[in-house]
Design a protein around this ligand. Structure first.
Ligand code: AMO
Length: 442
């Protein structure tokens, strides 16, 4: 008799629904082992949960001998009768008749039961083991769910999914934070954002496009909110009246991400992450950056008129908005022209300010967007004003000479949404394989 893994049932099925007294196959990782003379108790873990297996010497001498030698995190399969058991986790256990050890684990280099006993750096060195901890795995289930919700939102609202090149000939978001690569005999860069290509998607006639893909930033600083590679949820839409139209889409996309996270994982998430946002906000207030300066000043934070908000100012603003509007998210609009990229549309009546916005979630920027400049002559001037050479943007500029509608869009940082939703202390926790100035492996 051999165990057929194709007959395998998940732990969740056995704990809920499967028939008592029947024989089942289970398989997974050994969470813990306790040896009591002629009995060995194994807690088995699979992707759906944990349950107890009891291996009795008088039922299978072979299985009992194998079980006694098991080490935590070994991979096993077992076949046996499902019985009720008051003492067992979940009230049921399997009385094992056959046991197969597929892979025996060495002593573990990190504590995978309690993540707080290991530094984040070491956890990341051993990421595959770190993720055996259900808490850590849950972060990525939430992330997948949020990305799915965003994708579904865009599909349901007429956006076309596009896949743009990540090897590019020119930087898009300003010069400094771009990775250079060697592309045969030419210099090239890793895309900081699909910005120019998503605009191309609109101008090509798709009108509404989105992309969920990697973005690269040569961000030399060590902070808890920057990665050098992150997942960007980007969208772009044509024929808009103003950036208000863009904000409405960003608002709905982000709220549907939060809603999906709460609906699917809310209960489990609160068990591990007590600071998880506990409700879907009904809407997101909008304030201009000039109002934000005022609010900050009246709370004793010194801010320069016409400057970007520092991360400290953003954090403080998050607190103020939570207090004043009972809102965990806020749009800050009309950023100064001098801190926005060349493609941003300036306000017609106040050209030192722009039709743009940032979205803050619990005091951290999670998205940026706005209306784009679609008038060719103005765009050329803006490039020059930002010290960029229009020659490097020839293909981009040409799009604006052959019929470009008024348009706008936004980019949402997926890891930042997850981080702020769960209340994580470091963005690296929300990235499967984080890249920062030191880390390239694994
Ligand atoms: P921006 O540069 O503000 O705008 O980036 C958009 C969003 O991407 C996320 N983000 C990051 N996340 C982790 N690590 C980083 N180093 C990092 N840098 C950015 C943030 C940020 O809000 N093209 C514009 C978007 C647009 O206007 O459509 C852009 O890329 O959540």
């Amino acid at each position: 008799m051999a165990i057929r893994l194709s007959e395998r049932k998940y732990v969740a099925e056995l704990l809920h629904g499967a028939k008592i007294g029947e024989k089942y196959v289970v398989a997974g990782w050994v969470d813990t082992i306790r040896i009591h003379g002629k009995l060995v108790f194994i807690i088995l873990r699979d992707r759906t949960g944990k349950m107890q297996l009891v291996v009795k010497r008088n039922i299978s001498e072979n299985a009992w001998r194998e079980a006694k030698k098991l080490s935590p995190e070994s991979v096993i399969g077992a076949k046996g009768i499902l019985v009720e058991s008051k003492a067992a986790l979940g009230g049921r256990e399997i009385v094992v008749e056959e046991l197969v050890v597929y892979s025996k684990a060495d002593p573990l280099p990190i504590d995978i039961k309690d993540h707080s006993k290991t530094t984040l750096a070491k956890r990341l060195d051993w990421r595959f083991l770190d993720l055996r901890n259900p808490r850590n795995q849950l972060i990525f289930l939430v992330e997948a769910e949020m990305a799915r919700a965003a994708r579904e939102y865009f599909y349901n609202n007429g956006f076309v999914e596009i896949y743009t090149s990540k090897i590019v000939g020119a930087a898009t978001e300003g010069g400094a934070e771009v990775f250079s690569i060697v592309y045969f005999d030419k210099p090239a860069f890793l895309a900081q954002s699909p910005q120019l290509y998503k605009q191309m998607g609109v101008i090509s006639g798709f009108e509404k496009v989105f992309e969920i893909g990697p973005a690269f930033r040569a961000e030399p600083h060590h902070t808890t909110r920057h990665l050098t590679e992150y997942t960007s949820v980007d969208f772009e839409m044509g024929f808009i009246d103003s950036y208000e139209d863009v904000m409405r889409v960003a608002e709905q996309a982000v709220l549907s991400m939060i809603q999906a996270g709460l609906e699917r994982y809310g209960k489990r998430v609160r068990e591990f992450f007590p600071n998880t946002l506990d409700r879907v906000p009904r809407s997101i207030p909008r304030i201009t950056i000039r109002e934000a300066y005022k609010l900050l000043r009246s709370s004793g934070v010194s801010v320069e008129e016409g400057e970007d908000l520092s991360s400290e100012a953003e954090r403080k603003l998050g607190e103020i908005v939570l207090r004043e509007y009972d809102a965990p998210l806020v749009f800050v609009t009309e950023y100064p022209w001098r801190v926005r990229p060349f493609y941003t549309m300036r306000k017609s009546d106040e050209p030192e300010w722009t039709y743009s916005f940032d979205l803050l979630f619990r005091g951290l920027e999670i998205a940026t967007g706005g209306q784009r400049e679609h008038r060719y002559e103005v765009l050329v001037k803006q490039l020059e004003e930002k010290g960029l050479n229009p020659k490097n943007f020839e293909w981009y500029l040409s799009m604006f000479r052959y019929g470009a509608p008024p348009h706008g869009g936004a980019g949402i940082g997926l890891e930042r949404v997850v981080m702020q939703f769960l209340g994580l202390g470091n963005i690296r926790e929300a990235r499967l394989l984080p890249r920062d100035p030191e880390r390239l492996v694994p």
